[in-house]
Design a protein around this ligand. Structure first.
Ligand SMILES: [Zn+2]
Length: 118
């Protein structure tokens, strides 16, 4: 099933054969009424390896995927903050330098309070 795992992260919408996915109820004794996703073709051709995935596992996958995504976004925001801060610091330095050269900074209004106290 490593093949299946690779192709069906989270909630599957399509089988790797290209067909749609249908939700069925399990009728086995081990998993009574447990819902699963099954390729519409695979449901008829049981010997072929089509998509099969438990619904609860798919939802767990989905949650994990969203968690990972959120972590990534948080990291990106942190990186952006850092890069913004360093850009601002550079600009402030630049402005300070040009302010020291005679208060001629082009964004004087923004950084005015930092240097030129005339
Ligand atoms: Zn299929």
């Amino acid at each position: 099933m490593s093949n299946a795992r690779r192709f069906s992260q989270g909630v599957p919408s399509r089988c790797w054969c290209g067909r749609g996915v249908v939700i069925f109820y399990s009728r086995t004794d081990e998993n009574p009424f447990r819902r699963f996703y099954r390729c519409e073709i695979g449901a008829q051709r049981k010997k072929e390896n089509h998509l099969f995935k438990w619904v609860d596992e798919a939802l767990l996958d989905e949650i994990r995927r969203l968690d990972a995504q959120q972590l990534e976004i948080t990291q990106e925001i942190e990186d952006l903050k850092k890069s913004l801060q360093s850009t601002v610091e550079k600009e402030v330095k630049k402005q300070k330098n040009s302010l020291e050269l005679g208060c001629l900074g082009s964004i004087l209004w923004l950084f005015g309070r930092l240097g030129c106290q005339e």
